[in-house]
Design a protein around this ligand. Structure first.
Ligand code: AP5
Length: 209
């Protein structure tokens, strides 16, 4: 299966991706994770991306498109992939379409996880992740066990200010790709409010898996 997870910051894309990739046996390609890894490693790409990410801006299309096209042409994406956080702009969606078409491939589904703006800030500022396992927690909604809590880290862009900027970008730049995929007949809308288990069931029903 070739699919995309889309939704506002903090909608639960990463949380749902972690549950679904085992079931679907496809690689999880998160542009946010790839960019954070590049920043951490101090690569040229990471240096370019860092300032944009910290202030909640999108990294320029040409940087992200090149990174993703290279990644999805790798062998492990031969039988499918789950894109998370890409595409995020209309030019990214178009570039992905061209790359897949040139490879004789097509997208199966685009899952939109819908969460109202009013719930986003609390999800973002309470998020913590475990650098050892990659597991995402929430201090209130998905609390960590006591033995891991001391090693948890908070993302640099998980401040209230950056979150508001990211949400604004989502509405101005990313929301316009939704009608694009709707017109192709592959958009599946999923209510992202409820427990992570409930949301997983809804995504599975939408994908029929
Ligand atoms: P990215 O890492 O993609 O961030 P995002 O899209 O803003 O999404 P998040 O990772 O913040 O949230 P999520 O939906 O994965 O939610 P999660 O499951 O963690 O991108 C970061 C930055 O990189 C961008 O701002 C941009 O600068 C750059 N970038 C990335 N891709 C780019 C691109 N294509 N083009 C240009 N720039 C790009 O959940 C959030 C919290 O809520 C967690 O604490 C979780 O435990 C909790 N939670 C999850 N589900 C539920 C639930 N059902 N109920 C209650 N709490 C829940």
């Amino acid at each position: 299966m070739r699919m995309i997870l889309v939704g506002p910051p903090g909608a639960g894309k990463g949380t749902q991706a972690a549950r679904l990739i085992t079931l679907l046996d496809i690689p999880h390609i998160s542009t946010g994770d790839m960019l954070r890894a590049a920043v951490k490693e101090g690569t040229e790409l990471g240096k370019q991306a860092d300032a944009f990410m910290k202030r909640g801006d999108l990294v320029p299309d040409d940087v992200v498109i090149g990174m993703v096209i290279e990644r999805i042409s790798m062998e492990d994406c031969g039988s499918g992939m789950m894109l998370d956080g890409f595409p995020r702009t209309r030019p990214q969606a178009e570039a992905l379409g061209v790359a897949l078409e040139q490879a004789g491939l097509a997208l199966d589904s685009v899952v939109l996880i819908e969460v109202p703006d009013g719930s986003i800030v609390s999800r973002i500022v309470g998020r913590r992740s475990d650098p050892k396992t990659g597991r995402i927690y929430h201090l209130e909604f998905d609390p960590p066990a006591e033995d891991v809590v001391d090693r948890l880290v908070q993302r640099k862009d998980d401040t209230r200010e950056a979150c508001v900027a990211r949400l604004r970008k989502y509405h101005s730049e990313t929301a316009p790709i939704i009608p694009f995929y709707d017109a192709l007949g592959i958009l599946r809308r999923v209510d992202g409010v409820g427990s992570p288990d409930e949301v997983t069931e809804r995504v599975r029903a939408a994908l029929k898996v």
